[in-house]
Design a protein around this ligand. Structure first.
Ligand code: ADP
Ligand code: MG
Length: 566
């Protein structure tokens, strides 16, 4: 047995440890994620090295991670039979922080005014192994590097020094033993001796780790005899990391239901892998049914971010725009830090690239459905069309793609909706405008006096009854080069001039003379209510109708604004 050597942590490490111990993080659960991810990396390394280096002579038949609880000693141990560390590795990897920019970052953390800013900064940096000191007042580590005979023990209370000594007879791999601080709910310190708590944290953060994470469980059978069995806590089913040809739709559906808590299978599954400078896998789903809170402010996005199979965050807004909040799934990026923060993601150029690509994929999938499976498309549009139309306000990069997806009621067919493409294909000779009318209900729109001339002359009019329709039709100038125009706004000159030529002009002048007295009386009487009274050619049976100026807000929109208090 060799003597104990006491070494000092590097100055930056000491500062970082102080920050960690004095509870920078409000979410203490993540310590387990960090230790499990280190163990998983160590198993990966051993498997890889043993493939190329037969001198390691290590047993890779049962690579796994085990979690061990000792209630009396109040310890939790995370053990792996992975690559392990030499004494030098330990001093270098655990005793010092080699990351560049450490000093500057620590300075910023010290200067930060509030805990949230500090937490965010330190999160960007990553505390890794040191996060153990959030929950433990002493950490003991035993390790032996594969291919070496000497083992090392390391121990520290995180206060500035650590003890290190050689130990004989250790197995290859690493065990990290946490001497747990007492549980303290006010401080966010859960009881990490509780098997239920451990299971929950593993399920939440490490379910898709590719190595088994085992924990002993005592079971009492009918005769009262107790047996101890090792349970595997994680499902290891990282479907997204498998190739598409290896996964059945049933497996996709089961996975979807697990992450979404939906009882229906998804309407669409999108599985992709990107290779190159920024590698990631994405497995996305379009649900069959919209959640009830799709239009409430609290509605969250359904895309989770993983880094190399370690769960990082739910509801990753940097990966999916607001209007696609109904899309569920997982993005696993390989080249991000485990501690990447939301703020950092929002400004990351590569993440922007990923998001652009995912949006195109989702819109492309709906478009495909439209041409290949009209019925399924109709259901998806029925559930998510309103959200997709919000995209016409937010996402100008994809206006054309979104317009292609729009379905709307139309005067063409009372039973069926139409796409804009189909509308354009039916347009009359010489018609260059897509006509629409907004309103609260189909009946109200159909019975509007504005409709009369259009119906009489056989022009198709889109019937838009969604509140959001009012807004997007205003923002989108044209589809496929054809302007969109409300038939309730401005002067509508259908085909009069083409029809009638000079005679019509003379006729119009004569009619205006006939009605001059009435028009001027109406103008005076209604001067408070309307801007102008004019003779119209748009009516066939109604005597009069109210029209807006070309740039006025429509009545429905006016109502909406008023309801919003504007
Ligand atoms: P990171 O994982 O980001 O490198 P950590 O602080 O979590 O940072 O770990 C520091 C280093 O310590 C790791 O990169 C690894 O080399 C080593 N290490 C930590 N835990 C283990 C382990 N269980 N087995 C082998 N090496 C480990
Ligand atoms: Mg780590």
């Amino acid at each position: 047995v060799s003597s104990v050597e006491t070494l000092e942590f590097q100055a930056e490490t000491r500062q970082l440890l102080r920050l960690v111990i004095h509870s920078i993080y409000s979410n203490k659960d993540i310590f387990l994620r960090e230790l499990i991810s280190n163990a998983s990396d160590a198993l990966d390394k051993l498997r890889l090295e043993s493939l190329t280096d037969s001198s390691l002579e290590s047993d890779t038949a049962d690579l796994h991670i085990s979690l061990e609880v000792d209630d009396d000693a109040r310890t939790l141990t995370v053990r792996d039979n992975g690559i392990g560390m030499t004494r030098d590795d330990l001093v270098e990897l655990i005793g010092t922080i080699a990351k560049s920019g450490t000093a500057g970052l620590l300075e910023k953390i010290k200067e930060s005014k509030d805990a949230a800013t500090a937490e965010n900064l330190i999160g960007q940096f990553g505390v890794g192994f040191y996060s153990a000191f959030m929950v433990a007042d002493k950490v003991t580590l035993h390790t032996r590097r594969a291919g070496t005979s000497e083992g090392t023990a390391w121990e520290s209370d995180g206060e500035g020094t650590y003890d290190i000594r050689s130990v004989d007879g250790l197995p290859v791999g690493t065990s990290v033993t946490l001497h747990l601080k007492p549980a303290d709910s006010e401080d966010g310190l859960a009881d990490y001796l509780s098997p239920a708590k451990i299971r929950q944290v593993v399920k939440q953060y490490s379910d898709f780790i590719r190595w088994p994470i085992r924990m002993a469980a005592e079971r009492t059978d009918a005769e009262g005899a107790t047996t101890v069995e090792a349970d595997t806590l994680n499902s290891m089913k990282a479907l997204w990391a498998r190739s598409r040809s290896e996964v059945t739709q049933d497996e996709y559906n089961e996975f979807y239901q697990q992450i979404s808590h939906d009882w229906l299978p998804p309407a669409e599954t999108i599985h992709m892998r990107a290779e190159g400078t920024f590698e990631y896998e994405a497995l996305l789903f379009i649900p069959a049914q919209a959640p009830i809170d799709l239009f409430s402010r609290e509605s969250s996005r359904g895309v989770q971010l993983y880094v190399k199979r370690v769960f990082i965050m739910d509801d990753c807004e940097a990966l999916m725009p607001d209007y696609l909040r109904f899309v569920k799934g997982v993005v696993d990026a390989h080249d991000l830090s485990l501690n990447v923060s939301r703020e950092l993601l929002q400004h990351d150029r590569q993440i922007h690239g990923v998001r652009r690509r995912l949006v195109k994929k989702v819109l492309g999938a709906v478009k495909d459905m439209q041409s290949k499976d009209a019925e399924r498309y109709a259901k998806v549009w029925d559930q998510f069309g309103r959200a997709l139309k919000e995209g016409l306000l937010e996402d100008t990069d994809n206006t054309e793609a979104l317009l292609d997806l729009v379905s709307a009621a139309s005067t063409h067919d009372p039973e069926k909706t139409t796409t804009l493409r189909q509308y354009v294909e039916r347009m009359k000779d010489g018609q260059d405008t897509i006509y629409y009318l907004t309103g609260e209900t189909r009946a109200m729109v159909e019975n509007s006096p504005h409709m009369e001339a259009f119906t009489a002359k056989g022009y198709e009019v889109l019937i838009l009854t969604d509140p959001v329709d009012e807004v997007w039709v205003d923002r989108v100038p044209a589809y496929d080069g054809r302007p969109l125009r409300s038939i309730a706004k401005g002067q509508v000159d259908l085909d009069e001039s083409a029809d009638n030529g000079e005679d019509a002009d003379a006729e119009k002048a004569r009619r205006e003379e006939d009605f001059a007295a009435l028009l001027s009386w109406l103008s005076t009487t209604l001067s408070e209510q309307v801007k102008q009274v004019r003779l119209s050619s748009r009516l066939t049976t109604s005597a009069a109708c109210i029209v807006g100026d070309a740039h006025d807000v429509t009545p429905t929109l006016e109502k909406m604004y008023r309801a919003m208090g504007q």
